[in-house]
Structures are given as C-alpha cells and as structure tokens.
Design a protein around this ligand. Sequence first.
Ligand code: BES
Ligand code: MN
Ligand code: ZN
Length: 500
Amino acid sequence: MKFSISTSQMPNIKTDCLVVLYFLKGKLSASAAVVDKQTQGLLTQTLKQEQAQGKVEECYLLHQPRGLAAKRLLLVGCGDLKQLNERTYKKIINTIARALDKTAACSAHISLVDVEVQHRSREWSLQLGAEGLYAQTYCYDSFKSSVDKSKSKASKLNAVCFHIDKSKKTFTKALEIGKAMAEGTALAKDLGNAPANVCHPAYLVQQARSLAKVYRGLTCKVLDEKELKAMGAGAFVAVSQGSDQPGKLILMQYRGAGTAKQAPYVLVGKGITFDTGGISLKPSAAMDEMKYDMCGAAAVFGVMKAIAELQLPIHVLGVVAAAENMPSARATRPGDIVKTLSKQTVEILNTDAEGRLVLCDALTYIERYKPKCVIDIATLTGACIVALGHHASGLLSNHQPLADALLKAGQDTLDRAWQLPLWEEYEAQLDSPFADMSNIGGKGAGTITAASFLSKFAKSYKWAHLDIAGTAWQSKGLQKGATGRPVSLLTQYLIHQAKY
Ligand code: BES
Ligand code: MN
Ligand code: ZN
C-alpha cells in the first residue's frame, strides 16, 4: 500500500473515496464544510436526513457525490472535537478502514487536517493512521482453495493520501514507520496463523533465510538440535527430543548503517511450533490454539522485517528458539532432571512448562554477544491471561529504565504492556529438593514465577520479558487468529533507541 500526504485544496480531488470528518450534532469540520459548499449542501442534507449524531463509529457512504471528482464520499463521525483522545482516534481510523474495506475503492483521500489528538503530534496521528489502515487489509487465505478465495474478498485499497495543512519530512517518515510496522505485524500474523504441520522449526529456518536474502544488513545463522545437545543446552533439548521435528536455534543479525561497534539489542522469541504439553498432555479442547505458541518467535520475525524495511541505524540480534513439544517414547518425563547450558540443573516437574526451558538456554547462549539489553517475547503462561486478559502484554524486568522504555513504546503504539513485580520473594516457589530449581512455581503468580525462572538465566545483562499469551491471538469467531502483537511495541522501542 502506498501512503502520501497532500496539502492542496480539498475539493475536486480525483480519488475512489474522499473521506471527510464531522463532529457531535453533525458539526462539519472545516474541510467538510468546503466540500459541503461544493456539493450544494450534500453533507448537511445527508447528516440531517439520517439524523446523524456525530458519534464515533458512525459513518455514511455516498456514491457519485454531485459536484465532486471523487467516486465516493465517506462521512465519518468523530465525537467531541475537544475530547479526541488516543482511543477515539484509533476507533475513527478503524471505522474508516472497515468502511473502505467494504467498497471496491483502490484509493482514498482522507482529510486529517481538522483533527487533533490530545497530547499527540501530527506525526503520531499519521503513523497510527497508516498502520491502522494497512492492518485492516490483512487477510489470511493461504489455505483457502481458489474457489473460496474469490469469495473471501481481500481489500483492494492500495493508495491512501492524507490531507493535512503542511508538508514536513517527519510526516512522510511517520507514514513509512506506520507502514513498516504494519508489514512486520502482517508477517507475524502469517507465521502465527500457519498451521503446525506447515510451520515447524525447519519452516522458521526457511523464513529466516529468505528474510536475510531480501534485506540489506540482515544475516542468519542456525544451530540445529545436534549442535545444541553437544553444546550442553540440555533444557532446550529436553523439550525438543520428543518430536520428530528437530529443534533449531535461529539467529538473525541486523546491522544498520554505522553500528559496527554497537552492542546488539537482543530479542529472543519463544518458538514452540506446537505445544501439546508433552507427557503432561494438555486437555484436547482448544488444543488447536497451541499452534500460536510460536508467536513470540513470530514477533521477532516481524520486528526484524520492520527495522530492516526502515533500514534503522541500529544493531539487533533476533533469536528464535524453535521446537515442537510432543509426547513420545523419547519425550521428557515429569521428574526428569536436566542440565541447562548455564550449568544450573532443573527438575522438570511439568513438561507443559516448556517455554521457559527452550528460552533459558537461548538466554545463556546469547551472553557471548555482550548484549546492550535483552528482551524475550513468549506466549508463556495461561496465568497471564487470567491476570491481564487480552488487552495488555505482561512485562517483567530486572532493569526499571528498560521496563519504562518498553511501557512507553507500548503506550505510543497503543500496543500496551503492564508491568508485574519480579520480587525475590517469588523465587522460593521454584525450589526443588533434587535440583537447583524446578520448572514450575506451583499455585499462585504463575506469570511471575515463570519470569523468575527466566531471570536466573539473565543475570549478566539488562533484561525484560514480555508474556504475550493473552495478546498474541484472538480466539473468538471469524476474528480468530494471530494479532501480530507486540511487533509495534518492539519496533517503536527500537526506533526510539536508534533516535530515528
Ligand atoms: N503455551 C503455554 C501457555 C499458554 C496457555 C499460552 C494458554 C496461551 C494460552 C505454556 O507452555 C504452558 O503450557 N504453560 C503452563 C505452565 C504451567 C504448567 C506452569 C500454563 O500456563 O498452564
Ligand atoms: Mn506448555
Ligand atoms: Zn507453551
């Protein structure tokens, strides 16, 4: 999709759909008033006839509007002009996106000039506008047969122009950022939605290799299960050994311009391509959803794509711990004790707490890169859904400035996280009579004890953990599927860090 900015006068723009805004009680925005005049009162008449209130999410689509070169005119309610906050703005963008999606319009011209979001810059509005409109066009139909494909109408929208008062370099940049985030998010969704019989560790390796082929500055290295075993990554192998699909540790290194001497920002994604629970087998209801257990990995892919697309001047190492958690004669038994790459031993009391096992060895492995900081992303605990539902990702960290920066990036992109405490008190729940620790923390604070477990492997650097069990996918109805979160949060964080 192409995004652009226009500062020319509103009327007589040739576009498939002209989008203008109005407010409570049908009050027209300045540019809507101009269009109203040009159409001899078409807007005023329509809003009156429909008894429009101007509420958010209200909109009217007119075809062949008289006096305009545009093929369609979309009138969009924006609520109270003086109380336009971030959430309302997001809703307005989504309303526009959905309305356009229902038409065959390929191009749209949106008059953003008259709205100002409280406490937010024009750049912010443009970035979220581009991202939101792009995201709405996402459609996962790779596995629909061609007959069905013609029915599932993927959006035709491919060019959006925002009408604002002046042109600035930072405005175009904001559009580029929004677009890159949406593209990264779409990749994360694709990987998350792909079924586990297709998306297995070797498939993720292919994905990494093809990303590295496309983008300047991006290289890829893979460690296979044999190498991991030889190296001493006993926790990782304990998960992977039950499956016929060999586990992989995938390393994608992105070096932007001028970062030869920069220590890397490291992202580590949980890539369990299917989580049956292993010998501690999960109940079968909704087990299909465990194909999403690689959404942490998917987010890493999405972020690598977004930053490489932008050619951010930053050094980032994207790591994916890819394995399948299966029961078999070779699978780990509850009670088995393994030695991790860090030499600490773990009593595996529950083979369904596998995410922390693949992650802990990845966290130890990347010490050799002397990271500037490390962020892991994982669909780690059902407890996180209990605590935070589906709106916020769980955030835990051993370094408050890092946590603060991530919280801010989440707020800026409306891809929000919420911090939970990582106090020492919780660590006692991991005590084991037989090994250095057990892999589960028993009743209470499941998200925190999982993070406590990981923290024992992240002592030598600044580290944060994002539990995305609740945010990485939606399970309801036709909306079912991967969300691509938290690609926006992480990309925004790196953009801030790169001072881009
Ligand atoms: N992948 C799951 C966590 C999960 C559950 C994500 C539901 C999304 C939805 C993880 O591997 C797991 O099974 N965690 C266990 C940990 C427990 C055994 C300590 C859980 O949350 O029940
Ligand atoms: Mn599990
Ligand atoms: Zn899992």
